[in-house]
Design a protein around this ligand. Structure first.
Ligand SMILES: *[C@@H]1O[C@H](CO)[C@@H](O)[C@H](O)[C@H]1NC(C)=O
Ligand SMILES: *[C@@H]1O[C@H](CO)[C@@H](O)[C@H](O)[C@H]1NC(C)=O
Ligand SMILES: *[C@@H]1O[C@H](CO)[C@@H](O)[C@H](O)[C@H]1NC(C)=O
Ligand SMILES: *[C@@H]1O[C@H](CO)[C@@H](O)[C@H](O)[C@H]1NC(C)=O
Ligand SMILES: *[C@@H]1O[C@H](CO)[C@@H](O)[C@H](O)[C@H]1NC(C)=O
Ligand SMILES: *[C@@H]1O[C@H](CO)[C@@H](O)[C@H](O)[C@H]1NC(C)=O
Ligand SMILES: *[C@@H]1O[C@H](CO)[C@@H](O)[C@H](O)[C@H]1NC(C)=O
Ligand SMILES: *[C@@H]1O[C@H](CO)[C@@H](O)[C@H](O)[C@H]1NC(C)=O
Ligand SMILES: *[C@@H]1O[C@H](CO)[C@@H](O)[C@H](O)[C@H]1NC(C)=O
Ligand SMILES: *[C@@H]1O[C@H](CO)[C@@H](O)[C@H](O)[C@H]1NC(C)=O
Ligand SMILES: *[C@@H]1O[C@H](CO)[C@@H](O)[C@H](O)[C@H]1NC(C)=O
Ligand SMILES: *[C@H]1O[C@@H](CO)[C@H](O)[C@@H](O)[C@@H]1NC(C)=O
Length: 664
């Protein structure tokens, strides 16, 4: 009797709480609070309302829409005139309405859409909504498969690279006034008036100060708008989104919540786009239109990230879950709504639901197939600060994790006592990498096995900082960033929000004016924050050398060896983020001369580590290390000089993380 009663109550709940309807052209779904539609003619997610409030605005070809797209099809298969393919945009997809009840007896509904291209690509996407008063969001997944014994026709550069795959949510409403990257960075989205007409500074970057000097964004944040200003690294990412308040004081938030790190390829240092406030319409034009955006990148080459080719080895990858979450509160502040959204970045909170829908999403690793990893009592180098541990594909540096087509990755901060816990780790074998601020190099251990339902306890690990003798000096803090140098993390005194200077358009600063004689850094006297620029740029006609002067109290022994380590936060060749190129200086030299000796040291930086970093407001992009050794006899008792030079006029750029000289 008891069970019968429960079952009846349950049926009633299903009928009242999630309502779905479908016809030839669309699917509409709502729970008690949130509603949305999927347009079958173009795959667009639209008409999102929360408690009756329109959050998305009118749907059009350029705004008021959510979609899933990639830069991963050969020429001829793209949508319209771009090299982008959007799932379902040409009306050729299939749509399936899903309904069910999860393991907590909470009903859910969803939409599965799929498109198969004649050349071997299959695109799939899922949106799910649950019946719960707090379930004011869409859990979503995406998948891309490729299987074709023929590679080609050539896309660009020979292969078919998966250069960019993302979800995009565009809002055609003035409700959204603020774009919020993380707890300390937000910007006011300029009004249409402030961006009409727009003055281009470089691609995807506009000068707003010239025409709208009093616009709040210009007074608070920067003279220029670029979506790269509000990009961020994966490391601390929990939620990013939009905030706004109506005239009645009801505040709203729209958030993309990172529920899992599984598919955040490139690891904690990967830096990607999150938000935007305007785009050129049509795409690329100078006709700027105010369109608040939320992005969720599955893969990209931004900031030099590694990318995969589509080959006959097959490609089958599922991304998610990620959670498009909406919240509100009368007079609620941005920090309040953000904190509420960040609390959703918790896989375990939805584990029962994810387990219940796992069979619907091939490639998603269900909660029951996950274990945990704990670390205790790891001996860390005494100077280590801000320690991070990363689990990623075995045998690969974590920045290149994307190259393992089955890889998952996870990371977490490590306490000063050398402890950490990571839950919900997909079963498998991982590489553990530990790195820290203040320490050169990293700790790497392959073969960390994680089994479903079990905790892998790592104990007795010791990380000693790498060493090549006695340290003569170091410049900068090894932390995978150029932040400590001039124009890096330093706050901008001229803008009321005091953002970090590196986020601004690089044209804001003139290296030649700041350093008319190049950088001349005297070890023991100079200051990294003022006397070393955040980037070295091979501009022609200027002295762009970075010179290091240091004293030795004696001539090193005749049989001694000096080791000069350079960790770069970024290296940028003319090919920017492209890994493969035959352009001049695609691989480029960074040279050092020691005490004017003719045998200069030369490091040819390979094209596949190149990143568009400085010009994309980055401070930590694809990082790379070099060690030069040379006879200690090149050094003298007294003042020594090391000159770092780039090929003049090549346009190549490097951003130093830290440098060190050792002698043995
Ligand atoms: C919207 O896009 C579709 C598909 O690309 C196209 O057929 C249609 O003409 C576009 N509509 C407008 C108003 O541009
Ligand atoms: C926003 O919606 C309005 C009204 O439908 C439409 O005229 C306008 O073109 C849309 N904006 C964009 C950027 O698509
Ligand atoms: C849909 O797919 C079929 C078969 O692959 C193709 O012939 C047709 O051109 C496609 N239609 C559109 C609108 O893309
Ligand atoms: C494989 O790719 C080639 C080149 O794009 C295409 O002509 C062919 O139809 C594809 N074959 C299959 C089975 O998808
Ligand atoms: C991708 O294809 C290019 C061109 O064929 C090749 O040089 C490169 O090594 C491939 N990259 C990977 C990761 O397989
Ligand atoms: C702040 O303004 C002063 C005066 O215009 C200028 O010299 C300085 O470079 C500005 N600082 C930054 C970080 O833009
Ligand atoms: C955005 O950040 C600034 C600077 O930290 C802060 O003063 C402002 O209140 C924030 N905006 C909102 C809407 O909270
Ligand atoms: C910069 O350094 C290179 C290599 O040491 C040297 O050849 C060149 O003369 C230097 N340029 C200037 C302007 O000092
Ligand atoms: C180094 O040079 C200084 C100054 O010329 C001299 O006083 C000192 O003895 C030298 N040290 C050695 C170890 O040669
Ligand atoms: C250098 O030579 C000295 C004296 O001959 C010797 O004691 C020392 O071990 C040698 N050092 C190295 C690194 O070979
Ligand atoms: C190297 O050459 C430059 C330019 O001639 C000179 O200013 C500098 O003092 C020399 N450095 C050393 C260590 O000899
Ligand atoms: C399907 O039909 C179109 C045209 O009549 C309506 O505009 C849509 O609202 C309707 N969609 C659903 C889900 O009922």
């Amino acid at each position: 009797m008891k069970y019968l009663f429960l079952a009846l109550a349950f049926v009633a709940r299903v009928q009242s709480a999630i309502v779905t309807s479908e016809n030839d052209t669309s699917i509409a779904i709502h729970n008690d609070r949130l509603s949305f539609t999927i347009d079958k003619t173009n795959g667009i997610l639209g008409h999102i309302h929360l408690d009756g409030q329109d959050l998305q605005g009118p749907q059009s070809n350029t705004s008021g829409r959510g979609y899933y797209e990639c830069h991963c099809v050969p020429m001829g298969y793209q949508v319209a005139a771009s090299d982008i393919f959007s799932i379902a945009a040409n009306g050729n997809a299939t749509f399936t309405l899903i309904k069910g009840v999860d393991g907590s007896l909470v009903p859910y509904a969803g939409v599965f859409m799929q498109q198969v291209l004649p050349i071997g690509h299959t695109f799939q996407q899922w949106y799910f909504i649950r019946d719960d008063p707090s379930a004011t969001g869409l859990h979503n997944f995406a998948r891309m498969l490729y299987s074709n014994s023929t590679v080609g026709p050539p896309f660009e550069d020979g292969g078919i690279p998966v250069r960019e795959i993302r979800e995009v949510f565009q809002f055609n409403t003035t409700l959204w006034q603020t774009a919020s990257t993380n707890p300390i960075l937000n910007v006011s989205i300029p009004d249409q008036g402030a961006i009409t007409p727009a003055v281009p500074a470089q691609d995807a970057t506009w000068d707003l100060a010239t025409n709208a000097p009093d616009e709040p964004y210009v007074l608070q944040t920067s003279d220029w708008w670029t979506k790269y200003f509000i990009a961020d690294a994966y490391r601390k990412r929990k939620a990013h989104g939009l905030y706004g308040k109506t005239e009645t004081g009801m505040a709203y938030g729209a958030w993309m919540v990172s529920v899992t790190q599984d598919t955040l390829f490139g690891g904690p240092t990967h830096y990607d786009l999150l938000l935007d406030g305007m785009i050129g319409v049509p795409e690329g034009s100078a006709n700027l239109v105010r369109i608040p955006h939320i992005y969720y990148y599955f893969a990209s080459s931004h900031q030099g990230a590694a990318t995969t080719n589509l080959t006959n080895e097959g490609y089958d990858r599922t991304w998610g879950p990620q959670y498009l979450y909406f919240n509100k509160g009368q007079q609620a502040s941005l920090p309040t709504l953000r904190a509420d959204a960040e609390a959703e970045a918790d896989f375990s909170k939805y584990a029962t639901f994810y387990q219940s829908i796992a069979h619907l999403v091939p490639g998603f690793i269900p909660p029951v197939a996950r274990g945990a990893v704990s670390l205790s009592g790891m001996n860390l180098p005494p100077a280590a600060e801000d320690v991070v541990a990363v689990l990623s594909a075995e045998g690969l540096e974590f920045q290149r994790n994307v190259l393992d087509l089955k890889a998952s990755q996870y990371w977490s901060d490590v306490s000063a006592q050398g402890t950490l816990q990571i839950a919900d780790v997909a079963e498998g074998t991982y590489r553990l990498t530990v790195y820290a601020s203040g320490i050169f190099g990293s700790f790497v251990k392959d073969g960390v096995v994680v089994r479903a339902g079990q905790t892998t306890a790592l104990t007795g690990l010791t990380w000693e900082e790498e060493s090549a003798g006695t340290e003569i000096w170091r410049i900068g803090t090894p932390d995978k960033s150029a932040g400590e140098f001039k124009h890096g993390f330093e706050l901008d005194p001229n803008k009321t929000f005091h953002p970090m200077q590196y986020r601004s358009y690089w044209g804001a600063y003139s290296f030649v004016d700041d350093f008319p004689n190049g950088v001349n850094f005297v070890v023991g006297q100079s200051n990294v924050g003022t006397d070393w620029n955040y980037a070295q740029i091979a501009t022609s006609g200027a002295n762009v050398n970075f010179t290091i002067l240091f004293d030795l109290p004696e001539t090193p022994a005749a049989n001694s060896t000096a080791t000069f380590t350079i960790q770069l936060a970024a290296a940028s060749g003319p090919t920017g983020n492209e890994d493969f190129s035959s352009a001049a200086f695609a691989s480029f030299p960074l040279a050092a001369s020691v005490n004017n000796l003719t045998d200069a040291l030369e490091w040819i930086i390979p094209s596949n580590v190149s990143s568009s970093c400085l010009e994309r407001s980055g401070i930590s992009c694809f990082t790379v290390t070099n060690k030069w050794t040379f006879p200690g006899s090149w050094l003298v008792n007294g003042t020594n000089q090391l000159v770092l030079g780039l090929h003049s006029g090549s346009g190549t750029r490097v951003m130093y993380d830290a440098l060190r000289l050792e002698l043995v």
